[in-house]
Write a protein that binds this ligand. Structure first.
Ligand SMILES: *Cc1c(COP(=O)(O)O)cnc(C)c1O
Length: 360
């Protein structure tokens, strides 16, 4: 028999765990699927490459498989609190998957605006099965977001994209968890950047913990975008963003200003990585660390590898890289480079299997 406290305490979700630190309406009743509390997985691979200590914040371990759930518990809780009947979002996939799940839990009607033909099948399946109404827009993500804003302005439907500041209140809890686990803030924090809500939220969280004295420092924030959708790198919107990393296929980030502030105040920066670098990092991360992420989620790791190749150093530093969403959401892109999935076909015979496996 194992000893210890029984019943064991379960993680309560980000609102109940951190309520005192979040700007939310007093007495807000949380709509939660017990999001957050995600693992920091130590990467022996990247630790070995850098000579630092590299941790992966694995956000796939949220209820719908991406970090979006942290903000969505807050946004949907507030929408219900304020009497909304319906909620709307523009989405490259994960926001709609998350919104649909939390709307279902709250008894609200979810309305999803997606760009034409660009959503990973797993994410679509989530939105559909959770009962969202799906409206495909002839345009890209940025057009969808404009439309969602217009609907929320003119009709009785609450907008839950990260332009809703409540989303960032939920998402900043990821920083709290990191500091709570490591005992202090890391030296560097690397992450993928699309619409730029997440980097803004992390920075909010790190600043707040530093002000409270729970962390002695704040990390340098480094955001990585896909080359085909890198407005924060070039300083210009991308009218026609293009990348296989669909979750960061955003040409005109809604949190542009906040993201620039985060980079500036932390003495960080933005850089771009190619789709080839992103997809290679996705596979290497899966094979070396056992962590399968969707393409966009590998942008931070791809960025670190590119920096190391360019001679930059993380030696002696503590680094956290957020890997934002689960690999199972987009298996089609993950398998594109693999050709034949099956290596051998044999009869049900030990000798034959051993020969095929190179054991005999
Ligand atoms: C939303 C998302 C991003 C980008 O986050 P932003 O807050 O839009 O910058 C990156 N990866 C995944 C998996 C996402 O779902």
């Amino acid at each position: 028999m194992t000893s210890g406290p029984w019943p064991r305490r379960q993680w309560l979700g980000v609102i109940e765990e951190y309520r005192d630190l979040l700007e939310l309406p007093a007495g807000l009743e949380a709509v939660t699927l017990r999001e957050g509390g995600t693992p920091l997985v130590h990467s022996e691979w990247l630790t070995g490459l850098t000579g630092g200590q590299v941790w992966l914040k694995v956000e796939a371990n949220n209820p719908t498989g991406s970090f979006k759930d942290r903000g969505m518990t807050a946004a949907i809780s507030v929408a219900r609190h304020e009497g909304a009947q319906a909620v709307v979002c523009a989405s490259t996939g994960n926001t709609s998957a998350s919104m649909a799940a939390y709307a279902a839990k709250a008894g609200l009607k979810p309305l999803v605006l997606i760009p034409e033909g660009k959503i990973a099948a797993g994410k679509m399946a989530q939105a559909v099965v959770h009962g969202a109404q799906i409206i495909m827009v002839r345009g890209n993500f940025d057009h969808c977001l404009d439309l969602a804003r217009g609907l929320a302005r003119d009709y009785p439907v609450a907008l839950v994209n990260s332009v809703n500041p409540v989303r960032l209140q939920g998402q900043k809890t990821a920083s709290f968890e990191i500091v709570d686990f490591l005992g202090d803030a890391p030296d560097y924090h690397l992450l993928p950047v699309g619409n730029a809500g997440n980097i803004a939220a992390y920075w909010l969280g790190y600043q707040q913990y530093a002000e409270l004295g729970r962390a002695s420092r704040k990390p340098v924030m480094r955001g990585f975008q896909a080359e085909g959708a890198a407005p924060l790198v070039t300083g210009e919107p991308f009218p026609d963003p293009e990348t296989k990393a669909t979750a960061i296929r955003v040409g005109n980030p809604a949190s542009w200003h906040l993201a620039e502030m985060a980079a500036k105040e932390s003495e960080g920066r933005f850089a771009a990585v190619s789709d080839a670098q992103i997809l290679a990092a996705q596979v290497e991360l899966a094979r070396r660390d056992g962590v399968f992420v969707e393409p966009a989620s590998a942008a931070g790791v791809a960025g670190m590898l590119a920096e190391l190749a360019a001679g930059q150093s993380y030696a002696g530093k503590t680094v956290v890289i957020t890997v934002t969403g689960h690999g199972l959401k987009d298996t089609a892109t993950a398998l594109e480079s693999f050709g034949d999935i099956v290596d051998n076909v044999v009869d049900a015979d030990v000798e034959a299997a051993a020969a095929a496996a190179g054991l005999a």
